[in-house]
Each structure stands twice: as structure tokens, then as C-alpha cells.
Ligand binder design. Structure first.
Ligand code: MN
Length: 285
């Protein structure tokens, strides 16, 4: 069994606000990184918000052709969408939303967090859908912290298995293609061997801390270590307490046409998405 090669170490390609609630560092694709089947990763915060009377966040907007995955670390987010789903995410919770044929939704700080203020930290990940499912019915999985299994790895690290499988434990997320999402916490001196399948490109996103990924140092905050598809495992060694989000998936070998919140296979499908949204065919809040 050969290890995967580290093929790049990348910092955020852009820092910007999403609405007025989410100050994000974009770990891809703004820096040119392609991590098929993942389309985008924004790391929001950590940032302290003062108490406020006015809810902050991002108002009504559409998505079509992929899934949005929100992993909350600190703070609280309230969301609602045009398919009738609504809920509040707290620390440790994950929302796995299948936009597929289209939803319109809003993502806001919840009223309690708005009033109290405090630290906010979250990740939003976009996962592509194969063409055969881009126009499927929208769906929504609320994965509470309690529903996400935690495994302790041989080298001492712990991992929350959000999607896929690790150490014989399956995560709760139902996915359309094979995808692993592991949320690791390492103490200084911990070592983790990650069985990332041969043929799956992968990324280790250091949210904070100091690790060596197959010997290559990742230091500080918001650093992406990119692993190539060949090879069947990678190792992490922590030089300090660290939090690392590991993503790996079977690439979707199809053309990608994207425009803002729409990710399809062809430009004609993008034009259709824009028309459908404008005409209200993705629903309304
Ligand atoms: Mn959204």
C-alpha cells in the first residue's frame, strides 16, 4: 500500500463576507485548487460578534445542481428553505442540504445568538452531484451532533465521522457518490493514519494548529494540504493541538458549468437555471 503524495499546500485565495453574517476564508476554488467532487469550501470565522438587535446572515438566495454542507463549530444558525424545511444548527451540528433541482433559502444567525453575540465559526462545503441527480427532488438532512459518531484512532486523535466510513464506523450522511468527510481533533503528539481510498483525491483542511501531513508541515489557520488520487493512505502528526477537516471523494467525471449558486454540466442548463429562478420555479420563502 503506497501513501498518497502531498501535491500542494494552499492558503485561502479570497477573504470576504457572505451576507453580513459570515466572514469567510475560501480554501478553494478561489486559489485555483480543484478537489473534485467538492466544488467549494468556505471557512467562516472564528469571529466574535457583538450583541445585536438585527439578525445577520445571508437572505433569500437559490442553489441548483449540488449539495451544500454546513458544519457548525461555534454560534447558532437558523435557516429555512422553499421546500418547507427549517431549523436551527448549534455547535457540532451539520446540515446536509441537497439543492438538486433547486431551492431558495436563507441562512441567518439565530435570534438567540443575534441577541447574545459571541464567537462564530463554521465551514460550508459544496459537494457536486452527478448529472443524473442534478434535477432530482431537493432534500435535507439535519445531522445533529449527537447523531455523528466519534471514533478514537490508534494514534490518539478523535474523529467525527460525518460522511463515509472511518475505523469501521459509518457517518450518518446519505450521499449520491462515495464521499468521506472526517472532522479530526488532535492533541500535541497525536498521530492519525487516514485510510483515504486509492483513486480519491483528498484534502486536509487545517482549521487551526500545527500538523505534518505525510511529513509536509501545515501551520496556523485555514491551510489546505492537497493529496493526489493515487495511494491509499495519509498520515497526520500533530505538533500542537489541531483541528483538521479531511475530505475525500470519488471524482465525478463530467463537465462542470457554474454560475454563482448554480452548478450544472452545460451552459444551456445554467441559462435554464437562471430562467427558472427568476420565474419562481425554484419556489419562494
Ligand atoms: Mn446558501
Amino acid at each position: 500500500m503506497n501513501p498518497k503524495q502531498v501535491i500542494g499546500v494552499h492558503r485561502a485565495g479570497s477573504s470576504h463576507w457572505v451576507g453580513d453574517g459570515f466572514p469567510v476564508r475560501n480554501l478553494f476554488p478561489s486559489n485555483g485548487v480543484d478537489l473534485n467532487p467538492f466544488l467549494m469550501l468556505d471557512y467562516a470565522g472564528p469571529k466574535h460578534f457583538a450583541p445585536s438587535a438585527k439578525p445577520r446572515g445571508v437572505g433569500e438566495h437559490p442553489h441548483r445542481g449540488f449539495e451544500t454542507v454546513t458544519i457548525l463549530y461555534q454560534g447558532r444558525v437558523a435557516h429555512r428553505d422553499s421546500s418547507g424545511s427549517a431549523g436551527v444548527l448549534g455547535p457540532g451540528d451539520v446540515q446536509w442540504m441537497t439543492a438538486a433541482s433547486g431551492v431558495v433559502h436563507e441562512e441567518m444567525h439565530d435570534p438567540e445568538f443575534t441577541r447574545s453575540g459571541g464567537m462564530f465559526e463554521a465551514v460550508q462545503l459544496w459537494v457536486n452531484l452527478p448529472g443524473a441527480h442534478k434535477m432530482s427532488k431537493p432534500g435535507y438532512q439535519e445531522l445533529t451532533s449527537a447523531a455523528i459518531p466519534v471514533v478514537t484512532l490508534a494514534g490518539g486523535a478523535t474523529a467525527r465521522v460525518i460522511a463515509g466510513e472511518l475505523a469501521g464506523t459509518r457517518g450518518p450522511a446519505k450521499t449520491f457518490t462515495p464521499v468521506h468527510v472526517w472532522d479530526l481533533q488532535l492533541k500535541e503528539g497525536d498521530r492519525a493514519e487516514l485510510p483515504v481510498p486509492d483513486g480519491f483525491p483528498a484534502g486536509a483542511v487545517l482549521l487551526n494548529g500545527s500538523v505534518r501531513l505525510n511529513g509536509t508541515p501545515l501551520e496556523g489557520e485555514a491551510v489546505l494540504g492537497l493529496l493526489g488520487a493515487p495511494g491509499a493512505f495519509a498520515t497526520l502528526e500533530a505538533g500542537a493541538a489541531s483541528r483538521v477537516l479531511v475530505l475525500a471523494g470519488q471524482p465525478i467525471d463530467e463537465p462542470v458549468a457554474s454560475y454563482g449558486p448554480f452548478v450544472m454540466n452545460t451552459e444551456a442548463e445554467i441559462r435554464q437555471a437562471i430562467d427558472d429562478y427568476r420565474a419562481g420555479r425554484m419556489g419562494r420563502l
